[in-house]
Design a protein around this ligand. Structure first.
Ligand code: E4P
Length: 218
């Protein structure tokens, strides 16, 4: 399973990329707004830090402008993945960009029917938002199960399931059990994956016993 990090914060990206566990980055207009920085500059900088796909979202809602924005974003670096919303114009743009060999992440997916359309439009990634579905009282993971099953029925679709709007380690584990290709994790969630109280307790005990030996490995 691939891990992307869901942030536009360059300091966080550098820190987490050093773990060797980061396969890509996703951003969105809200995450970029939080940085207060120029969008194009941030995307270019992130693409220099992480070699995997870096999702950068168009902000127009009509096809022609989306396509122009997508082409401009794609020209920033080879690993830019243009993010488009799951709308008729977004999918038209997805088709045009993917026909040109540009990676496309179709975002704001909330139904299996939408995911089917994105695959037909040639999306590289489909981003179902599990946390936002949980927020309205439905189980976001049911949608992941449906999409994984549907895509498995049609091996001719290359679209990868990118689980988005992840709120905690449990979402990551459930997504992995269902066979999702990617999860995009807020930095705090990626850090939380390392943690278990028994790991901390066990390490404290080992170190205390080791100190009693008076030895040093180096
Ligand atoms: C991913 O590409 C999305 O930008 C992100 O996961 C949305 O998460 P949120 O629902 O926590 O804003």
């Amino acid at each position: 399973m691939k891990f992307f990090v869901d942030t536009a914060d360059v300091a966080e990206i550098k820190d987490l990329a050093a773990t060797g566990l980061v396969d890509g980055i996703t951003t969105n207009p809200s995450l970029v707004a939080k940085t207060g920085r120029s969008f194009l500059e941030v995307v270019e900088e992130i693409c220099g830090i992480v070699s995997g796909p870096v999702s950068a979202e168009v902000t127009a809602i009509d096809h022609e402008t989306m396509l122009a924005e997508g082409r401009k974003l794609a020209a920033l670096a080879d690993n830019v993945c243009v993010k488009v919303p799951l709308t008729p114009d977004g999918l038209k743009t997805c088709k045009a960009l993917s026909d040109d060999g540009v990676q496309v992440n179709v975002t704001l997916c909330f139904s299996a029917a939408q995911a089917l359309l994105a695959a037909k439009a040639g999306a590289t990634f489909i981003s179902p938002f599990v946390g936002r579905l949980d927020d309205i009282g439905t189980d976001g993971m049911d949608l992941i199960a449906d999409i994984v099953q549907i895509y498995a029925n049609y091996p001719e679709y290359d679209t990868e399931v990118l689980v988005a709007s992840v709120r905690g380690p449990n979402h990551v584990v459930q997504a992995a059990k269902l066979g999702a290709d990617v999860a995009t994790l807020p930095p705090a969630v990626l850090r939380a994956l390392f943690k278990h109280p028994l790991t901390d307790r066990g390490l404290d005990a080992f170190l205390a016993d080791w100190a009693k030996t008076g030895q040093s490995i180096l």
